[in-house]
Design a protein around this ligand. Structure first.
Ligand SMILES: NC(=O)c1ccc[n+]([C@@H]2O[C@H](COP(=O)([O-])OP(=O)(O)OC[C@H]3O[C@@H](n4cnc5c(N)ncnc54)[C@H](OP(=O)(O)O)[C@@H]3O)[C@@H](O)[C@H]2O)c1
Length: 232
């Protein structure tokens, strides 16, 4: 599609600075005259934050619009985009370090990291999905080599494969547990803390077990070892 110029040619954008304490500035940034072939221009309704939004900046000393998780409405699409059209409600992962990030009125994300969202999900809820779900999926299905839930034989291939998820009550850990359950991986030993109530609903007793890290690392190690011995 041609340049989104008739809709908007610039965006207010937030730059995050790695100062201590962290500071931000807002400026007007020109949008590209035409979109790259697979890019989607999105009017941002909600942006979510992740630890890397500040930690990468502190590590590199860079000042950028570091927001990468967003949800909003498609405004325009690149010429090769097939899965989206203007007006669609979407969530998207903006590629880290690139221009036109999530802390802005308008952001640009590639088609392959953009997803449709249902009416039942708010923009705020949807904006929390992209990076954390991608990270959990890469960890389980790329790095650990489990069969992903969108492969037909996942349940069969993953069954009886125990998985320890440390920090299961973080956003990332909770997604790892949910994706593991969808894929038939288990039993699961989930180690978490105070935010355990929402996670408990995803664990099947008695095979899955929750261990509270606040009891101390020695107790956590003891409980895992005991479980492993009991279930040999
Ligand atoms: N979010 C992402 O997309 C993403 C992507 C890549 C990497 N990561 C990395 O994954 C880690 C978690 O990030 P997140 O965004 O998921 O964090 P988060 O949702 O903000 O998690 C915070 C929770 O961590 C738990 N926690 C704190 N200290 C802990 C400890 N010593 N042992 C176990 N759990 C502890 C606490 O849970 P309770 O309140 O239940 O005690 C706390 O509420 C970070 O190191 C982050 O850099 C995150």
């Amino acid at each position: 599609m041609a340049a989104p110029k008739e809709l908007t040619s610039s965006t207010l954008s937030v730059t995050v600075h790695p100062t201590n304490p962290m500071t931000t500035t807002i400026s007007t940034v020109s949008l590209p005259e035409s979109l790259a072939s697979n890019d989607v221009l999105i009017k941002v309704e909600a942006a979510a934050s992740n630890p890397k939004d500040w930690s990468h900046l502190v590590a590199t000393g860079a000042s950028i619009n570091s927001g990468d998780d967003l949800a909003g409405v498609v405004l325009a699409i690149g010429p090769d985009v097939t899965r989206f059209k203007p007006g669609d409600q979407v969530a998207a992962f903006h590629p880290m370090g690139k221009p036109y990030g999530a802390y802005a009125e308008y952001a640009i994300a590639p088609e392959h990291t953009t997803l449709h969202i249902p009416d039942t999900l708010s923009f705020e809820e949807a904006s929390t999905i992209p990076l954390v779900s991608l990270t959990a999926a890469l960890t389980l299905f790329r790095r650990q080599g489990f069969t992903s839930p969108w492969e037909l034989d996942a349940q069969e291939k993953n069954q009886n494969t125990p998985l320890v998820v440390y920090a299961a009550t973080t956003s990332l850990g909770a997604y790892a547990v949910k994706l593991a359950k969808l894929s038939g991986i288990g039993p699961i030993i989930a180690i978490g803390g105070g935010s355990c109530e929402s996670l408990r609903g995803h664990l099947n007793k008695p095979e899955d077990v929750f261990i509270d890290y606040r009891t101390g690392m020695e107790k956590v190690k003891h409980d895992i070892k005991q479980l492993a011995e009991e279930r040999q």
